[in-house]
Design a protein around this ligand. Sequence first.
Ligand SMILES: CC(=O)N[C@H]1[C@@H](OP(=O)(O)OP(=O)(O)OC[C@H]2O[C@@H](n3ccc(=O)[nH]c3=O)[C@H](O)[C@@H]2O)O[C@H](CO)[C@@H](O)[C@@H]1O
Length: 371
Amino acid sequence: MIMKGGNILIPCGGTGGHLFPGIAVAEKLMEIGHNPLLILSEKEVDKEAIKNKNNIAWQSLPVMGWPGFFSKKIFSFSLKLFRGYKKCHSIFLTFNPDLILAFGGFISAIPLYLGLQQKLPLLLHEANATAGLVTKLFSRFSQYVLLGMKECEINVSSSKKIFTGIPLRKEMVKIDRIEACRSLDLSPARKTLFIFGGSQGAHGLNQLVLKTLPFLLERKDQIQFVHLTGSKDYEECLRSYNDLGYKALLEPFSHRMATYYSLSDLVISRAGATTLTEICAFGLPSILIPYPYATNDHQKKNAVVLEKAKAAFVFEESKASPETLSQTLKRVLDDRQLSQEMGRRAQLMFEPNSTDKIVEIVERCLCKRRK
Ligand SMILES: CC(=O)N[C@H]1[C@@H](OP(=O)(O)OP(=O)(O)OC[C@H]2O[C@@H](n3ccc(=O)[nH]c3=O)[C@H](O)[C@@H]2O)O[C@H](CO)[C@@H](O)[C@@H]1O
């Protein structure tokens, strides 16, 4: 179904896990003649993520997540909410959206509220294994809730729920491992551990990995690391790898995710939903250390989905020790059959047509509205 020229407002900012799927859908919508407009937050991660995407239109709202009733930040929250509402209202006047496709998080609340007032079709995408606050609040007013994971716990009628998976950026395609290593001065003969803590880095995960490094010294010449540290821990991590003489490539944040996945033998990461989808897309074994403070422990629930499928090992940050992490890591690296089987099971969970499925639903809703 191709119908031209819908104005699609896509709130997806606040974190890479929402923004990258938003970018993937926006690119496809543009390809077939629609006008998407992304709504981002003012956070650094949003600026970083969108910086190479000059072709995509976006606006930012000065809003922040709900700090809780008794927080000192309640005043700045209210002020930002007011300013965000005013700015979003003026975006609605100039952009005149036909449909709202929201990827969740605090950034989605105001656009969804205004869309609801204007009786626009609302589509909600819920990436995680348990629904977030915004999805819960607006699901009864939405046309459909699009699920990133089949296992998502959400209390809406089954006719409203559609499993779409999570859209990945166009550039998320596997390249040749040897080429990938050579392009980055890494060795194809070594096993590569790819470590990162979601789109903003993860201090707890970084610390655990740094404490684990001494337990891997006997393999120093057989392994190498790619570690995306986040901006705060970059210097400390770099020092630790250098002091122990490891071959390691570190970046605070990277736009070369596809290259890194392509050359990896094992991923050690948080359990954000988009990260997990990428791990599955590249068919990789993983060790997951969920962010312990994620709302409703949703990262743990995401991770358990892969653990149950025997595609990943899961460690709770508070219980994981460098000894146990290094043992599991060596086990996966040494047992080729185990690592291949974990990767194969991960790949089976990947939904490759996610972007097309979502675009098809967007067009169906637009058609209905125009009738
Ligand atoms: C703390 C928290 O609540 N985090 C949530 C947030 O995580 P977060 O934003 O970390 O999201 P994910 O882990 O799902 O995805 C991270 C994304 O950032 C990309 N990336 C990462 C590092 C880098 O240097 N370069 C880069 O491009 C990854 O390729 C991936 O596309 O949104 C996800 C999607 O709703 C949730 O599942 C996570 O629980």
